[in-house]
Design a protein around this ligand. Structure first.
Ligand code: UDP
Ligand code: MN
Length: 272
């Protein structure tokens, strides 16, 4: 039997909350694959217990052993100053350098195939068929215009763990003066130039809701990914426009009844 796992990453208490909704959503899909939460020392044990109680496996994963120069080039203040985020806001609890720890999933070589999912996403229908896809498969980074179908988003992807691949990645990642402005996403697109495209419904980015509402179809959406502002922030600039999606996340986080997404109303289409 092939060994499959869903894998996510948490490096602090905020993303542990995100992972809680994600793991809960995955369990509701009826999947039999393992669910692995990679965590750094930045998360208190108390914040991990709830994940274990849901049935997730906890795997300690240190931040990568990157050089001091690499760490300086990817420090939060430097990335935000040199490569500003102009489309949305990153919460204060988001540390760009932490993102690279995702690459540790290539060390999980007891699995044949893993599907990585960001901790700020929920899975709203069964996606086990992704375990049949090749490395490296990812959905497009589309949330503003359809012209962006050529870029990948690293919030959901299919990978084949291998220590040889992991070693090759570290070499390329921390080459002299290497700079990955959008962190693991920029890196993975470069490491896998011939990546396979997954249907956009496997990683529906929340901004599609108001920027490209004609693309949103609850009959097909399988993963909702809350890129930029997070649904568990007390309030944020786009909360009013994203209210139905925030309510959905909240239901997966601690709700007793979770709506059948196939029957949810799609966003209003723009006037013709
Ligand atoms: N992450 C984390 N701590 C951080 C930053 C990122 O645990 O400080 C993990 C978490 O799984 C998160 C993913 O890396 O979902 C990518 O970051 P995020 O989802 O915030 O980026 P976005 O989707 O907004 O680009
Ligand atoms: Mn994300």
């Amino acid at each position: 039997m092939p060994r499959n796992a869903y894998v996510t990453l948490v490096t602090n208490a905020d993303y542990a909350d995100g992972a809680y909704a994600l793991v809960r959503s995955l369990k509701l899909t009826g999947t039999e694959a393992d669910i692995v939460v990679m965590h750094t020392g930045g998360v208190a044990v108390d914040d991990l217990v709830a994940l274990e109680d849901l049935g997730a496996e906890l795997v300690k994963a240190d931040l990568l052993p990157t050089s001091a120069g690499f760490n300086e080039r990817h420090a939060r203040a430097k990335i935000h100053a040199d490569h500003p985020f102009t489309k949305g806001d990153k919460p204060a609890f988001h540390t760009p350098l932490d993102n690279f720890a995702k690459l540790r999933l290539w060390e999980l070589d007891e699995y044949d195939t893993v599907v990585f999912i960001d901790a700020d996403a929920i899975v709203v229908r069964n996606i086990d068929k992704l375990f049949g896809y090749p490395e490296f498969s990812a959905a497009p980074n589309v949330y503003e215009t359809l012209a962006d179908f050529r870029r990948l988003n690293s919030g959901v992807f299919v990978a084949k763990p291998s220590r040889a691949t992991f070693a090759a990645m570290l070499d390329k990642l921390d080459a002299p003066d290497a700079l990955w402005p959008r962190t693991d996403q920029t890196f993975l697109q470069s490491f896998f130039p011939h990546w396979h495209g997954l249907p956009v419904f496997y990683n529906m980015l929340q901004y599609v809701w108001f920027n490209l509402p004609e693309l949103w179809d609850w009959a097909s959406v399988s993963v909702v990914h809350y890129q930029y502002e997070k649904p568990w922030q007390d309030d944020h600039a786009k909360a009013d426009r994203l209210r139905p999606l925030i309510d959905l996340w909240q239901a997966y986080f601690d709700g007793e009844s979770i709506p059948d997404v196939g029957s949810l109303p799609n966003p209003a289409k723009p006037a013709q």
